[in-house]
Design a protein around this ligand. Structure first.
Ligand code: CA
Length: 222
């Protein structure tokens, strides 16, 4: 995957973001100046750009607008000052994909970046078929077969099954699954995940033994 670019002139914030994202194991490059940031961004090497609004030499808006005229499509997460509603709206107009208002907690920013990374990694697999045991899922037609027989899943169940197969062997936490399926804006009960897992196990009996509950954490497809 591409690297993460942080364009932020407030060094304390820049260093905090850099530190937190490196903890995730990602490659992070920083710029403190708008123009320098833009020069780096337009190389297309970055899959995520964390972009401050008020920057010396070129604003976050200008950077975002200019990038959208190029053929590269990084995920742009804009940092805005609190309660600047107009900034948010303009930010989306110029092509920001998301925004975080300052002051933000490191945890919040990290959670959003993780969600984007997961989606980007997952979107690599969009076509063709995936199989697991006696299950075959067709990503083009959104159909699932078990021992060759069609099984009807809801869209969320389908996405969930696909996510487990792609991440086979990994323990997936309820929060991670919520992030993936409902986005980080979802404030509902994490038991909604349990309900979907229950349904998947009912519809695909092989999962009753293979989709393990990891107590206190989440689930694992073994
Ligand atoms: Ca600034």
């Amino acid at each position: 995957m591409g690297k993460i670019l942080v364009i932020e002139d407030e060094l304390s914030i820049q260093k905090m973001i850099e530190y937190d994202l490196r903890q995730l194991g990602e490659t992070v490059v920083c710029a403190s100046d708008g123009l320098k940031g833009y020069e780096l961004a337009k190389t297309g090497e970055y899959s995520i750009i964390i972009l401050d609004l008020m920057l010396p030499s070129m604003s976050g808006f200008e950077i975002s607008k200019k990038l959208r005229t190029l053929s590269i499509r990084p995920h742009i997460l804009m940092l805005t000052a609190m309660d600047e509603e107009i900034n948010k709206i303009e930010g989306f107009d110029v092509g920001a994909d998301d925004y975080v208002t300052k002051p933000f907690s490191p945890r919040e920013l990290t959670a959003r970046v993780k969600a984007v990374l997961r989606r980007q990694k997952d979107s690599v697999i969009q076509t063709g078929t995936l199989s697991y045991e006696n299950i075959v899922i067709d990503l083009d037609s959104y159909t699932v077969k078990s021992d060759g027989e069609p099984v009807t899943l809801t869209l969320k169940e389908f996405e969930l099954l696909k996510y487990f197969i792609v991440n086979k062997g990994k323990v997936l936490s309820r929060d991670q699954l919520l992030d993936y399926l409902w986005g980080y804006h979802y404030d509902g009960d994490s038991r909604v995940v349990d309900v979907h897992i229950f349904n998947l196990r009912e519809k695909l009996p092989v999962l009753q033994a293979k989709m393990k509950t990891v107590r206190g954490i989440g689930y694992q497809l073994v």
